[in-house]
Design a protein around this ligand. Structure first.
Ligand code: HEC
Length: 146
């Protein structure tokens, strides 16, 4: 082996070693911002671990809602909130989810990427262009405001 080849092998080993140490020392979490936003805006109702509160607040684990809608459609629920009428008595006020008009599109994207890929959900990831399109035309956006 030539001297320069030996030197490059040693350098390569050092770089790989340094990268491994760096990578394992930082607690890698691709949804850190979404998790933080969830804790700020959602966890007081849905709980930090997403388990909700019995009959009052839905559990977000393996969410049937995220299975029957797309992750993009769920953006309208976060932006405008939801008040599901009780199918047995539409006049009955059931506990609503409030709207989040202060959240930016990228904050909504980060929250959805977090809940959509945690709590046992596999809802995929947000495409920002598609998100903009869906949010600009939420069905019944007016009706959902209160
Ligand atoms: C004040 C309490 C409250 C806060 C804060 C809140 N939610 Fe909700 N959320 C609810 C309630 C209540 C429902 C059920 C509403 C209904 O169906 O009428 C709900 C429904 C949902 C659903 C649909 C679940 C299902 O199975 O129907 C999702 C997803 C969701 N919330 C996510 C979020 C996210 C993300 C945030 C934070 C941006 C958030 N929520 C903040 C109370 C809250």
């Amino acid at each position: 082996m030539s001297k320069s080849l030996q030197l490059s092998v040693v350098l390569m080993a050092l770089i790989i070693g340094a990268f491994t140490i760096f990578h394992s020392s930082c607690d890698f979490n691709p949804h850190r911002h979404g998790e933080w936003l969830f804790e700020m805006h959602c966890a007081n109702c849905h709980m930090e671990d997403g388990t909700g509160l019995g009959e009052l607040i839905p559990d977000l684990w393996e969410s049937p809602y995220l299975q029957k809608t797309t992750i993009h459609e769920a953006a309208c629920l976060i932006r405008h909130g939801i008040k599901t009428p009780d199918p047995l008595d539409p006049d009955l006020e059931i506990y609503p989810m409030p709207p989040n008009y202060e959240l930016t599109e990228s904050e909504i994207a980060n929250i959805l990427n977090y809940i959509g890929n945690n709590f046992g959900n596999e809802a995929g990831y947000i495409n920002p262009t598609k998100l903009k399109e869906v949010l600009s035309d939420c069905p019944n956006a007016e009706d959902r405001q209160w």
